[in-house]
Design a protein around this ligand. Structure first.
Ligand SMILES: Cc1cc2nc3c(=O)[nH]c(=O)nc-3n(C[C@H](O)[C@H](O)[C@H](O)COP(=O)(O)O)c2cc1C
Ligand SMILES: CC(C)CC(=O)C(=O)O
Length: 356
C-alpha cells in the first residue's frame, strides 16, 4: 500500500463498523480531529539546496531510549479490537522497526506479554508506558511497579483527560464496553493470578479529574524512570512542566478525542517549543500521515513525533506485517522528505523552512 489513507481504507473494510468508528472518531463535531490533519496542508516547505548527503541518519536517543527514527508509536487502547494478535503484533513490529512504542495502559494485552513479544523481535526494545493515574494511588503504584518489572523505560502520564471526551460516534453505536473475552489486562487485579480463575477481576479505568502537579511529583518520587506528560497545548503548562522537573512533554490533543475545537497540535508547537527553550524534549502527535508532516513538526521544534491511528490501520489491515509496513512507509516517506529538504539528520530542519 502506498499511503496511510490506503491502510485506513483496508482497515475500514475489515473492521466492525462500531470499532472502526471508535478508532477513527473524535469528540463531538470532530473539528479538532479534522484540523490536526488539515493544518499540515496549509504549511509549505522551503527546501535548502546543495547541502545534503548520501548518508542520512534518522536515529536519535530520547531520554536514554534509542530510536531508529523520530517517528514513535503513540499509545492507543484496545488493539485486540483491531486484530486478534493485538498489542503483541504492534510490539513486534515496533521493536523490529527499532522505534519506541508507548504502550497504552488500556491495552488488551498484559504489559509482561507485550514486553516478551517485543523482545522476540529485538534484544532491547524501546517500550514506554502510558499511565492514566488512578485516584487510588496505591493501585497506580502497583501498575507502575508492574510496568517497571516488565522493562519499560519511561512513563507517559496523560494529562488531557480529567474526564473522557464525548465521542458521539460511540454513543450512536452504543460502543461503551469491550466485547466478551477482551479486557484491559493491565488493570487485572494485581493480587490475583493473571492466568485466570473466576476470581480474576479487571478494574475499570477511572479518569482523574483531580489530577494536579502534586501527582506528577508523587510519581517522580515513586520511580527512577523519566516521567513525561502527554496532552500539553498551553505554553504556560509547558513552562510549568520544566519548572516541575518533568522529563519531557508530548504536545497532543489526544487525536481530537478530548476537548473539541482545540487547535491542531502543529499550530501550537512553535509557542510551546519557544516556552520550553530546549530545556526538555518536546514530542508531538496528532494528524501525522506523511513524511512531510513529520518534517514540518521537527522543523518547528519537535524532537520527535508519534502516530496513533496509522498504526491501528496497519494492525487491522495486516496484523504485525501491516504495522511493519506502516512504520516502514512512514520511515521511507520521512527520509525522502528530509533529503528533498536538504537535510542529513532531522536536527538539520529549521523553522525558516516552514511557511504558512
Ligand atoms: C483509538 C485510540 C485510542 C487511544 N487511546 C489512548 C490511550 O489509551 N491513552 C492515551 O494517552 N492516548 C490515547 N489515544 C491518543 C493517542 O495517543 C494520540 O494522542 C493520537 O492518536 C494522535 O493522533 P493520530 O491518531 O492522529 O496520530 C488514543 C487515540 C486513538 C485514536
Ligand atoms: C480507554 C480509553 C480511555 C482510551 C483512550 O484514551 C481513547 O479512546 O482515546
Amino acid at each position: 500500500m502506498r499511503s496511510i489513507a490506503e491502510f485506513e481504507a483496508a482497515a475500514r473494510e475489515r473492521l466492525d463498523p462500531a470499532h472502526y468508528d471508535y478508532f477513527a472518531g473524535g469528540a463531538q463535531d470532530e473539528i479538532t480531529l479534522r484540523e490536526n490533519e488539515s493544518a499540515y496542508k496549509r504549511l509549505r516547505l522551503i527546501p535548502r539546496v546543495l547541502r545534503g548527503s548520501d548518508k542520512r541518519d534518522l536515529s536519535l536517543t530520547l531520554l536514554g531510549t534509542p530510536s531508529s527514527m523520530p517517528i514513535l508509536v503513540a499509545p492507543t487502547a484496545f488493539h485486540r479490537l483491531a486484530h486478534p494478535d493485538g498489542e503483541l503484533a504492534t510490539a513486534k513490529a515496533a521493536a523490529r522497526a527499532g522505534t519506541i512504542l508507548i504502550v497504552s495502559m488500556a491495552a488488551t494485552t498484559a504489559i509482561e506479554d507485550i514486553a516478551a513479544a517485543a523482545r522476540e523481535a529485538a534484544p532491547d526494545p524501546g517500550l514506554w508506558f502510558q499511565l492514566y493515574l488512578q485516584p487510588d494511588l496505591e493501585f497506580s503504584e502497583a501498575i507502575v511497579r508492574r510496568a517497571e518489572a516488565a522493562g519499560v523505560k519511561a512513563f507517559v502520564v496523560t494529562v488531557d483527560s480529567p474526564v473522557l471526551g464525548r465521542r458521539e460516534r460511540d454513543d450512536r453505536n452504543a460502543f461503551h464496553d469491550l466485547p466478551p473475552g477482551l479486557a484491559v489486562e493491565n488493570l487485572r487485579n494485581l493480587g490475583e493470578n493473571r492466568s485466570g480463575g473466576n476470581a480474576s477481576h479487571v478494574r475499570e479505568i477511572v479518569m482523574s479529574a483531580g489530577l494536579n502537579w502534586d501527582h506528577i511529583a508523587w510519581l517522580r518520587g515513586k520511580t527512577k524512570l523519566p516521567v513525561l506528560i502527554k496532552g500539553v497545548l498551553h505554553a504556560e503548562d509547558a513552562r510549568l512542566a520544566v519548572h516541575h522537573g518533568v522529563a519531557g512533554i508530548v504536545v497532543s490533543n489526544h487525536g481530537g478525542r478530548q476537548l473539541d475545537t482545540v487547535p491542531a497540535t502543529i499550530d501550537v508547537l512553535p509557542e510551546i517549543a519557544a516556552a520550553v527553550g530546549g530545556a526538555l524534549p518536546v514530542l508531538l502527535d496528532g494528524g501525522i500521515r506523511r513524511g512531510t508532516d513529520a518534517v514540518k513538526a521537527l522543523a518547528l521544534g519537535a524532537d520527535a513525533v508519534a502516530v496513533g491511528r496509522p498504526v491501528v490501520w496497519g494492525l487491522a489491515a495486516g496484523g504485525r506485517e501491516g504495522v511493519s509496513e506502516v512504520l516502514e512507509l512512514l520511515r521511507a516517506d520521512f527520509d525522502q522528505a528530509l533529503a528533498l529538504c536538504g537535510g542529513r539528520h532531522p536536527a538539520d530542519l529549521t523553522p525558516d523552512q516552514v511557511r504558512r
